[in-house]
Design a binder for this molecule. Structure first.
Ligand code: HAM
Length: 410
């Protein structure tokens, strides 16, 4: 028997309905902020992701050569693709652009609960606004989208300038090495790396920065940063808007393109893989041949949201099962058409078994049975049986449709 690839999942209809119901809540949340959906290809030129994604992601990429000898990659994330698309298609569009997406990504990671090789991100990118209000909008948007799903989680907001100020004397590659340790909260590795670089003295201030939770403390540790006023304004907007968050200047993010404000969210009830959202301000467009435009965005790990929510029971459709004899079949087909035309989910008998077997099947799969034998077909009527109460009536099709509609979803 052929199995699905490691780290991927199959989704049965119940699960897909649950996933779609949660996806719809996130879509509705971002719609209210004016974000409109975009879609990019599942694979791109490898270079799109190697230019500024960072070591971690590069090692996890699915890379292949196509038949034309081009090096391609399955997208490990969507941000780079969205910015490429902005440059290709929408460079001259009025700014800011508010875009969102719901799409699958591929990373060759060690699979475990909440960590998959194919996973879905629900994200947004705000392109062309370089202000504190823009930073705050994207944080609030991510919070709204996540809160709409019902997960309970903590929001941590930081800014890279503090860490970068402390690492000012290091080469960019060395800065990245240090930040990779901080991203993974690997303080032992950090100490070793700093010692190797002859920068052991930085350890104390970095550790203090990671532990501090207020702006004044952070300024005291890292010195005054050029974005001081912007950070203060962003946090003031969050405070005035009633957003619950904590400051965390240890957030380094795993991707290399961030330039300023960064944030992450952690679900309360997940284990090791509890980061359900990540985002921040970044610049990528100039690397792909565009203008040096500022952007802010985030991506929610949709699969982690689903794991965190556990058993989701979406609103169910009312289901009508058509049960008929061979003599009634042709009339039954027209009745089924009428039910569907009125928006009712209607399943026709296809097995051509006896009425008893059809009824047994309907009682497992439907809310109502519409029974049509020779007598009903001759009279242009149906016998409508409520499979929950057992009550049944003979009615004309329009009245049966009205009766089913009154019951609504169960
Ligand atoms: P990221 O933090 O790499 O950021 O991924 C965003 C979210 O995707 C994570 O917080 C996590 O919930 C989920 N995720 C990542 N890897 C996996 C996996 N293997 N299995 C399941 N879920 C996973 C980005 O991708 C950025 N593009 C976010 C962004 C958008 N920044 C600016 N705009």
């Amino acid at each position: 028997m052929i199995q699905k690839p490691r780290g991927t999942r199959d989704f049965l209809p119940d699960e897909m309905e649950a996933r779609r119901s949660i996806e719809a809540k996130m879509r509705e949340a971002v719609r209210r902020w004016g974000y409109r959906e975009v879609c990019t290809p599942e694979f791109e030129d490898l270079e799109l992701f190697t230019l500024r994604s960072g070591e971690g992601i590069m090692q996890e990429m699915y890379v292949f050569e196509d038949k034309g000898g081009r090096e391609m990659a399955l997208r490990p994330e969507i941000t780079a693709a969205v910015i490429r698309m902005y440059i290709n298609e929408a460079r001259v569009a009025p700014k800011p652009l508010r875009w969102c997406y719901f799409a699958d990504c591929f990373r060759y990671e060690r699979p475990q609960k909440g960590r998959y090789r194919q996973f879905w991100q629900f994200g947004a990118e705000l392109i062309g606004a370089d202000t504190a209000t823009a930073d705050a909008e994207v944080i609030m948007l991510a919070a709204d989208a996540l809160n709409a799903t019902g997960v309970t989680w903590d929001l941590k907001v930081g800014h890279l300038a503090f860490m970068k100020n402390l690492l000012n004397d290091l080469e960019p590659a060395a800065q990245r090495r240090v930040m990779a340790h901080l991203d993974k909260k690997d303080f032992e590795g950090l100490a070793v790396t700093l010692a190797d670089m002859g920068k052991g003295d930085l350890g104390e201030s970095l550790t203090a920065l990671v532990a501090c939770r207020t702006l004044p403390e952070a300024f005291e540790i890292a010195g005054t940063i050029p974005d001081k006023e912007r950070v203060e304004r962003t946090t003031a907007i969050l405070d005035e808007s009633g957003v619950t968050y904590s400051l965390n200047f240890g957030i380094a993010r795993g991707l290399d393109y961030y330039t300023g404000m960064v944030f992450e969210g952690f679900a309360h009830n997940l284990g090791a893989e509890n980061q359900i959202v990540g985002g921040g301000a970044y610049r990528l467009a100039h690397l792909f041949g565009g203008d040096d435009i500022a952007s802010v965005g985030f991506a929610i790990g949709f699969d982690r949201v689903m794991v965190s929510l556990g058993d989701v029971q979406p609103k169910k459709d009312t289901v009508v099962g058509i049960v008929c004899t061979n003599e009634g079949r042709s009339f039954a087909l027209s009745v089924a058409r009428a039910f569907r035309a009125d928006g009712i989910r209607t399943e026709m008998d296809l097995m051509e078994r006896g009425l008893g077997a059809q009824m047994a099947h309907a009682s497992k799969s439907a809310d109502f049975a519409v029974v049509i034998g020779a007598r009903e077909a001759g009279a242009g009527q149906v016998t409508l049986k409520d499979l929950h109460s057992g009550e049944q009536k003979t009615l004309d099709p329009a009245a049966a449709i009205a009766e089913v509609k009154v019951h609504g979803a169960r």
